[in-house]
Each structure stands twice: as C-alpha cells, then as structure tokens.
Design a protein around this ligand. Structure first.
Ligand code: SF4
Length: 171
C-alpha cells in the first residue's frame, strides 16, 4: 500500500536552491491535474501528504481546504508539509480539524519562527521539524528536545521517497 503525495502548488514564498521541486526528476514524477475530480482513486492509499511548493500561500487556501475535506472522508492519516512561515495559531487550529500532524520543513532558520512553532506544538497540534542536515544549528536541536518536538535531519536523497504516488494540482 502506498501513500499519495499531493502538491497543491509549485509556488513558494522562499527560493531554496536545494528545493526538491527544482529537480526535474522529482517534478516530472508528479501526475498533473487541474481539478479535484481528477485525483486518483483515494481509497487505494494508506496515507496522504499534502505539500507544495508552499501549501499555505493565501492564493491556494481554497484549494487546500477543498483537498483536506476530500481526504478526510478516507479516514486515513493526513500530514501537511509546510515551511511554517504563514502558519498562525488560528490557521493551525483550522488545519488541525483535518490533519494528524504538520511537518515543518524548516528552511528559514529563525528563532522567532521556532518560538511560534513551539507554541503551536504545545497548544494546538503536534508538529515535526524537518531540517536539511547541512542547515541545522545546535539550538534548533536543543529547542526540539526541550519541547518534545520530533526532529529529522534530511539528506538530498530523501526527495525521492519510494512507494508513493505523486499528484500536482495546479491551474
Ligand atoms: S520552502 Fe520548501 S518548497 Fe519552498 S523553495 Fe524551500 S524547499 Fe522548496
């Protein structure tokens, strides 16, 4: 059984040089769709990863919640992948009605962002922090340990996860 990774945009509010979606091999592995009805049969998957680009851009908010509503009906785990910059406590609370957790791709290493994420983790829903191994300063690790946040350091090879189908929903 596979997971389904669904990107709802390739746009982002960051420009990381190492972005997975800048690798032709990865980008070309996504099946392109233009509307919700073109999603593959959802009941064949064990879990769903909702991602981008950055899925919390205001321009795709309607698409995000339409997708989460459709996925929720499957009663399977749903995880959101975001860089966290646009994540606010109220938005996290709304998203938390649908997802089982939020994975923060911590591409902006910033103490204020970390404190916001810690608050969301403690008060609203669990987050996991994903940091490129070459970018992870010790204080991020210390804060995650102190506040019970799972931390995973990833490598470039991790862009190409096995055993998943990939869909890109874009206009
Ligand atoms: S924040 Fe994520 S999606 Fe955006 S450019 Fe960086 S790696 Fe790519």
């Amino acid at each position: 059984m596979k997971q389904c990774r669904i990107a709802i945009t390739t746009k982002c509010n960051m420009t990381c040089s190492y972005c997975c979606m800048k690798q032709d091999k990865i980008l070309n592995s996504f099946k392109k769709i233009q509307k919700l009805e073109q999603l593959p049969e959802l009941n064949q998957y064990v879990s769903f990863a909702v991602t981008g680009g950055e899925p919390l851009l205001p321009c795709v908010e309607g698409r995000l919640f339409a997708l989460l509503t459709a996925l929720k009906q499957q009663q399977k785990p749903i995880y959101l992948y975001t860089n966290g910059l646009n994540l606010t406590p109220p938005l996290a609370a709304d998203i938390g009605k649908y997802v089982d957790g939020i994975n923060i791709g911590l591409h902006k290493i910033d103490i204020d962002l970390m404190y916001k994420l810690i608050r969301i983790h403690k008060e609203i829903l669990p987050i996991r922090v994903l940091v490129w191994e070459k970018l992870c300063p010790p204080y991020i690790e210390e804060l995650c340990n102190e506040h019970g946040i799972a931390l995973r350091k990833w490598k470039m090879d991790d862009c190409d996860i096995e055993n998943e189908d990939r869909v890109l929903w874009e206009d």
